[in-house]
Design a protein around this ligand. Structure first.
Ligand code: G3P
Ligand code: CA
Length: 250
């Protein structure tokens, strides 16, 4: 069986401040197959890489991403809060795509849309526009691959309609209700269960695989969690520590 792909969660976020260029670049330098990033819409319609609804935890500012303009976000420092961090600006998804294209080898971006259902289809439309600007809205031999992920089934459905060439991940932190009756109630080709969900439901991975789904597991940080991923034969590991996970996989 092929070794699972290793994706750096919010970049190499144990070593560098999450969702900053330093974290993404570190992930590529550490040999990750790709990076995971969280995206939100700014007040003026830009997709920026910020995990929380508010900027308070990861910057020196306050307020909701959705109520700040890109210029206001660019004035904040998203790096210094982290122990190893230096001052860092917010990352626009376009900038992450450019950094990924400069990695010197094919890499994958796992783009997680955060709370997309609050904004109608605006987040998915912005994602579509961004990928089209970079020629990534359809598959085809480019050095950067893009996979879209969400916890919201409606958002995954919208991506599948707008961007049929972009693979999707249905993130799962709870058991999908239909699975109890043997039906897999989502169309995404990849399922993204949490470590906690997989631990509590030992039959889940086999059931998803029997339904033809690939599996990306998050967030895998310890040796025991890597071993769990290997036992369940997952296809991708999402981790804060891509260097440590790659070491364990060797
Ligand atoms: O990769 C999935 C994972 O990132 C989902 O949880 O809260 O870290 O975005 P969260
Ligand atoms: Ca995420």
């Amino acid at each position: 069986m092929a070794a699972p792909l290793v994706f750096a969660h919010r970049g190499a976020s144990a070593a560098q401040p999450e969702n900053t260029l330093a974290a993404y670049e570190r992930a590529f330098a550490d040999g990750a197959d790709g990076v995971e990033c969280d995206v939100r819409l700014t007040r003026d319609g830009h997709l920026v890489c910020v995990h929380d609804r508010r900027v308070d935890r990861t910057s020196d500012g306050r307020g909701r991403v959705s109520q700040l303009t890109l210029a206001e976000l660019r004035a904040l420092d998203f790096g210094s809060w982290h122990g190893a961090g230096r001052p860092a600006t917010v990352v626009v998804l376009d900038e992450l795509i450019d950094v990924a294209a400069a990695a010197g080898r094919p890499v994958e971006l796992l783009v997680e849309t955060k709370h997309p259902s609050r904004y109608g289809a605006a987040v998915e439309r912005a994602l579509h526009a961004t990928l089209r600007r970079h020629g990534l809205d359809r598959p085809g031999g480019r050095p950067v691959g893009v996979t879209a992920m969400s916890f919201a089934p409606s958002a995954v459905r919208r991506v599948r309609q707008l961007l049929p060439g972009v693979p999707t991940v249905q993130l799962l932190d709870l058991l999908p209700p239909g699975l109890r009756t043997g039906r897999v109630p989502f169309g995404a080709p990849i399922a993204g269960p949490s470590v906690a969900l997989l631990r509590s439901r030992p039959g889940l991975a086999a059931a998803l695989r029997a339904a033809g789904k690939r599996l990306y597991l998050w967030t895998v940080n310890t040796d025991a969690e890597v071993d769990l991923a290997l036992r369940h034969g997952v296809d991708g590991i999402i981790t804060d520590r891509p260097d440590a996970v790659r070491h364990r996989l060797r």
